[in-house]
Every structure is written in structure tokens, then in C-alpha cells.
Write a protein that binds this ligand. Structure first.
Ligand code: NAD
Length: 492
């Protein structure tokens, strides 16, 4: 089969309807929305454009399924997750190709996301059977304290385009394990990966109504009524801080339980005592994973002045060697950005930095490797000597741009790291144990990569502080987001 035939075969298999109450159905009114390949700007396929009535039907299905699902055997829930895990792993090649087609990143990266996404199913298949409360003698000796942990109830999930599968499985897996039902709305740019996942869960035996998927052109229009509906008990959102704020406001009316995985602006600190080889390796991962379109992407490099020049030179060499092109091609490292708006934002941040005095050490263009006349490509770019007031240090870049600034003292480095409203992750490279612990304690983020350029791990609690949000996904903590604690005061 040729490459084009394989692509078509994968697209032909993916469902394009809404998934509501165990049935695949067209949107009310029959409307559709196009899904674009960001490497060619061509429409891949059309999916259902869900309307408010469809969203409410999905919530009704979730609400109807809730009681029976909460009463189901934890082992059964775990085994559905386990079967889905096996199915995802078995279909890695097809799922990765589908993801690359709609999101753009290179196939190797899509495969890595599929493995990461699947692992949430395996992890929470194991957690489903470990939910427990406690039985305790009251401190006075009279009476007992009993605590139960029960599913929160029907959830609404809204996910972004940058990790189309993993940002879903981080919510879906613990919700299934805990006994919650859900309505999921994937990003309009990348609905196909979520629809393929729903089909896998359906075939793994997930009962009708537990998972419902709504694709829609107008996100706000379909989500707001769900947040104002009494049947909804929880919202979990991954996306920008700006949209997160709006959804927190909308959730306030019903005092919904809310989890927010929002934007980031990760500082990457390289101290003078760092292992520079390891730091460059980590920097490449932290910067270039997902074409730089990750909430965890190293947004700014703060490097001690004594090693900054060498660090910048090595980054230029490594970034310059990356091949830009359509993610489906086997030798491509860097795919396109998601859309023209994202590319314009990246270009604007680079221009602003250069105008303020930064040195363009590599890249800065939009052409390298691009297919003629199409695709939202942006060259891997290195900016050196970036001044403090450059917007690129303060705003989320979401592109393959590495701005490098310098510092002289540890206090200055920590101050620069914390000078942001975001607090998702920071990366710290040093071989001095005392300094490592001091900086880890002083940094205002939910996660730290210490001598490591990647933190994402289904076995660890992922999440931020400050305006990067609240709540944790993954780890032992992840299932708690979907459980309420009930206390029973037992008189004897
Ligand atoms: P976005 O906020 O624009 O969109 C996220 C989702 O919200 C999409 O499904 C979108 O359709 C939906 N949405 C948009 N407006 C809405 C509204 N008014 N009401 C309801 N839903 C609405 O973000 P994006 O551009 O898709 O993703 C990139 C952002 O996500 C970045 O800021 C990134 O840092 C963040 N992100 C955070 C994490 C994390 O775990 N903290 C992970 C991945 C991405």
C-alpha cells in the first residue's frame, strides 16, 4: 500500500459522528465541520458539528448511566481499561498516523503520545480496585469514624489539540476507574483521535452512556449549557488559561468541582556546575517535543553567564540539524504548527525579541522544508542575549523557538524563573545537590524536571500552581479528582 493509500485507509476507518448513549449519530441539523491537515492545509474529512441539543442528549445519556456505572464492580471497570490499553497498543501505527494527519507532529512523536496515552489506561486499570475509605475509633473512644469514597458523578471534559489522545485519557481513565460517566469535547482541530478512542472503548465493552463524545465548531455554545445543567457534577479542562478562567466562572454558578490544566511558561535553568551535555539533551526534549506546542515546553532558557555562549552554540547546532516537513515522512523531525494563527503568534514573538535587541542565532523564518505554498511550518529558531522585557520570555510561545537569557547568581535565576503568572513546570540542571534542593523548594511550579527534560509520566501527579491551574492528573492523586469523600459519624 502506498503512503497515500494508507492515509486514506486510516481516515476511512475513523468514525465521524457524535457518540451518544452508545450510538453513533449525526449532529442535529446534519451540519459538519472540516478537519484540516496542517501540513497541507487540505481538508482530511468532515465530522459532525454538534449542537446544544446534542450536548444535552450526551449529558442525559451520562446522567442515565451514572447509577449503574457507580455500582459496577471495580474489577470490571479495571478490566475494560486494561482491554482498551491492549487495543490501543495493538493499533499504535494506525492511531499515530491518524494523529499526525490531524495534528502535524512527526510520526515518532505521535507513537510516543499513543504509548503515553495508553499508559493512563493501564495505570488506572490498576487503581480502579484500590479505592478505599477508613474505619477509625473516635479519639474519645466512643463511636467510630467511617469514610467512604464515592464517584463524583457525571463529568464534562474539554481537551486541547496539542496532545489529542493523551489529554483525553488522563481524564477518561481515572473517571472510568472511579465509576464516573462523562461527556468529552475534543478540540475542533483534532477530533479524530478522540473519536477513534471512543470506538476502542466501545469495543472494549464500556457500557453505553458511560463515555459520550461531542465534536463541535462552537465550543462555548455547547459547553456552557452543560456547566449550567444540574446533572453535571464536575468539569475537567485542559487548555489555555484564558479559556480556563471563563469556564471557572461558568462553573461557579453550580459550584462544580473543577480541575484545570492550563497554560505554562516553563523556565529551564542551567547552572555553571551543570553537566552541559545532559543539559543540551534535556533542552532539546523540553523545547522540541511536540514542535514546541506543549504546556510543558521549555519556554525560556536562563543560563549562567559563564556557560551561556557554549550552550547557545550547541543549541544552534542541534536545532539546525532538525529536518522540518510533513510529519508523515519518515525522516522528518519537526512537523508544522497547528494553524496559521499559531504560526503568526510565534513569528510575532520572534520579531518582538529581535526588535528589543535579541540576537537571531538560528532560524526565524517560515519557509524551511515547507511544501511549496502550503503547511503552517516554522523553522527551529534560537534567540540569544534575549533582554528581560522581550515578550517571548513572558508569553507562552507554543512553537520551535528557544530564547536564551543569562544570569549571574542563583538568586537571580530563581527570581527570573518565578517572574510569571504561570506555575506548571520548571527544569533545573545542576550537579550540586544542595543547590538542586534549594531551587526545587524555591521554585513556584507544580512540577520540576531535575536534570531531566521531561516530566510527563502516568505514574506521577501532573499539574500546576498559580495560573497554570489546580488539580492533578496521573499518579495516585489522579483518581481523587473523581471521588468524593463521605464521612459517617457512627454512634455505638
Ligand atoms: P484552548 O483553551 O483554546 O482550547 C482548549 C479546548 O477548549 C478546546 O477543546 C477548545 O475547543 C475549547 N474551548 C475554547 N473556548 C471555549 C469556550 N469558550 N468554552 C468551552 N470550551 C472552549 O487551548 P488550545 O489552543 O486547544 O491548547 C493549547 C493550550 O492548552 C495552551 O495554553 C497549553 O499550555 C494548554 N495545555 C495545558 C496542559 C496542562 O496539562 N496544563 C496540557 C496541554 C495543553
Amino acid at each position: 500500500m502506498s503512503g497515500a493509500e494508507r492515509e486514506q485507509a486510516v481516515l476511512d476507518q475513523v468514525p465521524t459522528d457524535l457518540y451518544i448513549g452508545g450510538e453513533w449519530r449525526a449532529a442535529t441539523g446534519g451540519g459538519t465541520l472540516p478537519v484540516e491537515d496542517p501540513a497541507t492545509e487540505q481538508t482530511l474529512v468532515e465530522v459532525a458539528d454538534g449542537q446544544v441539543d446534542d450536548a444535552l442528549a450526551a449529558l442525559a445519556a451520562a446522567a442515565d448511566a451514572q447509577a449503574a456505572w457507580a455500582a459496577s464492580a471495580p474489577r470490571e471497570r479495571g478490566e475494560i481499561l486494561r482491554r482498551a490499553y491492549e487495543a490501543i497498543v495493538a493499533q499504535t501505527d494506525e492511531l499515530a498516523l491518524l494523529m499526525t494527519l490531524e495534528m502535524g507532529k512527526a510520526l515518532a512523536e505521535s507513537r510516543a503520545e499513543i504509548a503515553y496515552a495508553a499508559e493512563f489506561f493501564r495505570w488506572f486499570s490498576e487503581e480502579a480496585v484500590r479505592v478505599h475509605g477508613r474505619y477509625m475509633v473516635n479519639t474519645t473512644g466512643a463511636g467510630r469514624i467511617l469514610t467512604l469514597r464515592q464517584p463524583v458523578g457525571p463529568c464534562v471534559f474539554v481537551t486541547p489539540w496539542n496532545f489529542p489522545t493523551a489529554m483525553g485519557t488522563r481524564k477518561i481513565a481515572p473517571a472510568i476507574a472511579a465509576g464516573c460517566t462523562m461527556v468529552v469535547k475534543p478540540a475542533q482541530q483534532t477530533p479524530l483521535s478522540m473519536l477513534a478512542l471512543a470506538r476502542i472503548l466501545e469495543r472494549a465493552g464500556l457500557p453505553a452512556g458511560v463515555l459520550n463524545v461531542i465534536t463541535a465548531r462552537h465550543s462555548g455554545a455547547v459547553i456552557e449549557p452543560l456547566l449550567r445543567d444540574r446533572r453535571t457534577r464536575k468539569l475537567s479542562f485542559t487548555g489555555s488559561t484564558e479559556v480556563g478562567r471563563t469556564l471557572i466562572r461558568q462553573s461557579a454558578e453550580q459550584v462544580l468541582r473543577v480541575s484545570m490544566e492550563l497554560g505554562g511558561n516553563a523556565p529551564f535553568l542551567v547552572f555553571e556546575d551543570a553537566d552541559l551535555d545532559a543539559a543540551v539533551e534535556g533542552a532539546m526534549t523540553a523545547k522540541m517535543r511536540n514542535v514546541g506546542e506543549a504546556c510543558t515546553a521549555a519556554n525560556r532558557f536562563h543560563v549562567h553567564e559563564s556557560v551561556a555562549e557554549e550552550f547557545a552554540a550547541r543549541m544552534v547546532e542541534r536545532m539546525g540539524a532538525l529536518r522540518v516537513g510533513r510529519g508523515t515522512e519518515s525522516d522528518v523531525d519537526v512537523g508544522p504548527l497547528i494553524d496559521s494563527a499559531q504560526r503568526a503568534t510565534v513569528a510575532e514573538l520572534v520579531e518582538d525579541a529581535v526588535q528589543r535587541g535579541a540576537r537571531l542565532a538560528l532560524g526565524g523564518g517560515q519557509g524551511a522544508g515547507a511544501l511549496p505554498g502550503s503547511g503552517y511550518f516554522y523553522e527551529p529558531t534560537v534567540l540569544a542575549d534575549v533582554p528581560d522585557d522581550a515578550r517571548v520570555l513572558a508569553e507562552e510561545i507554543f512553537g520551535p523557538v528557544a530564547p536564551i537569557a543569562t544570569f549571574s547568581t542563583e538568586a537571580q535565576a530563581l527570581d527570573a524563573a518565578n517572574r510569571t503568572e504561570y506555575g506548571l513546570v520548571a527544569y533545573v540542571y545542576t550537579r550540586d545537590l544542595s543547590r538542586a534542593l534549594r531551587v526545587c523548594e524555591g521554585i513556584e511550579t507544580g512540577m520540576v524536571g531535575l536534570n531531566q527534560g521531561i516530566v510527563s509520566n502516568p505514574a506521577a501527579p501532573f499539574g500546576g500552581v498559580k495560573q497554570s491551574g489546580f488539580g492533578r492528573e496521573g499518579g495516585f492523586e489522579g483518581i481523587s479528582e473523581y471521588l468524593e469523600t463521605k464521612y459517617v459519624a457512627v454512634g455505638l
